[in-house]
Design a protein around this ligand. Structure first.
Ligand code: NAD
Length: 472
């Protein structure tokens, strides 16, 4: 059994801690690796290495950093199959889906680092007194990237690009549940030693990393519960954090749209990656005028999401990441049923090995149920019928979360009204669209810190203004 190691200053090293855990393939329940659970000493060494490497990395020209990072992206794209296979083994994602997302993430990483070439790291502005103001945006120094398991490679690349291109070094802590793809990702990297360091483990590595005063920014992606702890710690230290947390994303389906095509789109939004996407559609509000054909088509679509091992070509829906996650999903469905919901598809834990759960459609749901208020993170589409678009919009907006939202409508006035939903991203007549120019900040408990595009570089740097008096 392979025991995974940390990458510290360019050298693969055994963890200094004495706690380890098994990484389990959720489709077979087989142990596939042994992973260190993290120790403060590992974190200290990784931050030391990142501190040492940072000045030389920042001293390279922006173009040189962009060039080196782009080459890494090309290598990642060339190894997308292998990385997707590792993601499948560690967290169950179907290989084809993983490959597509990793390819997209490598392209996105290249585009994001290329933005450094346009970013104003230094700008000179004439001052009213005839002098000048020079604004210098310098890297923060050492940064921490902490990611979850649901898109191990894409989440990591999404956070790393602007931080590195801006001249920061990084200590990366992947999820304890999906460390294998992270190890391979860094094996494929050809950057100076210490520019990216890897510390494996759970909160035993994450908490000391967040608490290290030498870390200038923590880019955290994960649950609201852990994000709150990270925010408390970085707040006490007066350090920056970007917190990209959980959601309970609504989708409003208006009268006047094609019920069958929209049901297919909603099925994908609710079931893709077994519902384990932070922006999965987790609440469906459908207009009563089209409710019947829409629900019928959604139930039919659910039946096409074939459950299985993500290595099999016929599999559309892989297992959930682990037993704990499946228990949450089963609990939400049971709670809904006990309060009067009807299971129209799925809803039963399959017999046998693996942490599988089928694509499930619930009707007769309301906001007294966990499945409509708490993040489920499973392949569940709970459908509430509303009597007007306005009611759908209101109920979509009434949530403590505010990550993303989707509206399907043919009415231009309703398209315009979609922006009233408080969320970082609102999609109209599509889901997951938008290019690299996307700029957003989650609302409510879904996190804080604007990111995407230029905002990612603003977050990765600290501006200093140098005012120079006019020449005498
Ligand atoms: P999690 O909060 O349990 O863990 C996320 C990461 O944080 C892991 O690496 C974990 O080891 C680490 N961690 C846990 N406690 C910590 C602490 N006290 N200090 C520092 N690090 C700590 O979340 P998860 O179960 O791995 O991921 C699923 C969650 O992530 C869902 O809520 C999902 O919505 C969210 N998510 C959000 C986004 C987004 O962009 N907003 C994207 C993907 C996933």
């Amino acid at each position: 059994m392979k025991t995974l190691r940390n990458l510290i200053g360019g050298i693969w090293e055994d963890s200094r801690g004495d706690a380890f855990h098994d990484v389990v393939n959720p489709a077979t329940e087989e142990v596939v690796a042994r992973c260190p659970s993290g120790s403060p000493e590992d974190v200290r060494l990784a931050v030391d290495a990142a501190v040492r490497a940072q000045p030389d990395w920042a001293a390279l020209s922006v173009a040189e950093r962009v060039e080196r990072l782009s080459r890494w992206a090309d290598t990642i794209a060339a190894h997308a199959d292998e990385l997707a296979e590792l993601e499948c083994r560690e967290m169950g994602k179907p290989v084809a889906l993983g490959r597509a997302f990793i390819g997209g993430a490598a392209t996105g990483f290249k585009a994001a680092v290329a933005e450094a070439l346009e970013y104003a790291f230094e700008e000179i502005i004439p001052a009213p007194d005839g002098g000048s103001t020079t604004i210098v945006r310098a890297p923060l120094g050492v940064t921490a990237v902490i990611v979850p398991w649901n898109f191990p490679v894409p989440m990591t690349l999404g956070a790393l690009g602007p931080l590195l291109a801006a001249g920061n070094t990084v200590v990366l802590k992947p999820s304890e549940r999906s460390p294998m793809s992270a190890v391979r990702l860094l094996e494929l990297m050809d950057l100076p030693p210490g520019v990216v360091n890897l510390v494996l483990g759970d909160s035993r590595a994450g908490a000391p990393l967040v608490a290290d005063e030498r870390v200038g920014l923590v880019h955290f992606t994960g649950s609201v519960e852990s994000g709150r702890k990270v925010g408390e710690r970085t707040g006490a230290l007066l350090r920056r954090s970007i917190l990209e947390l959980g959601g309970k994303d609504p989708v409003v389906v208006d009268a006047g749209v094609d019920p069958v095509a929209t049901a297919a789109a909603v099925a994908f939004g609710a079931f893709a990656n077994s519902g384990q996407i932070c922006t999965s559609m987790e609440r469906v509000y459908v207009h009563r005028d089209i409710a019947e054909p829409f629900i019928e088509a959604l139930v039919e679509a659910a039946g096409t999401y074939a459950l299985g091992d993500g290595h099999d070509a016929g599999t559309v829906l892989g297992p959930l990441v682990d037993r704990r996650q499946r228990d949450i999903v089963a609990r939400h469905v049971a709670d809904a049923v006990s309060r009067g919901a009807t299971v129209r598809a799925g809803g039963v834990v399959p017999e046998g090995r693996g942490f599988f759960y089928p694509a499930t459609v619930l009707t007769g749901v309301d906001e007294s149920m966990l499945v409509m208020t708490e993040e489920t993170f499973g392949p569940i589409a709970p459908v509430a019928v509303v009597s007007s678009f306005e009611e759908g919009l209101e109920r979509a907006s009434a949530s403590r979360f505010g990550l993303a939202a989707t509206v399907y409508t043919a009415d231009p006035a309703h398209m315009a009204a979609a922006r009233r939903i408080p969320a970082g991203v609102v999609w109209v007549n599509q889901w997951q669209g938008g290019g690299p120019e996307r700029l957003y900040e989650p609302a409510g408990d879904s996190g804080m810190g604007a990111t995407g595009s230029r905002a990612a570089y603003d977050a990765a740097t600290r501006p200093t203004s140098i005012h120079t008096a006019p020449a005498a």
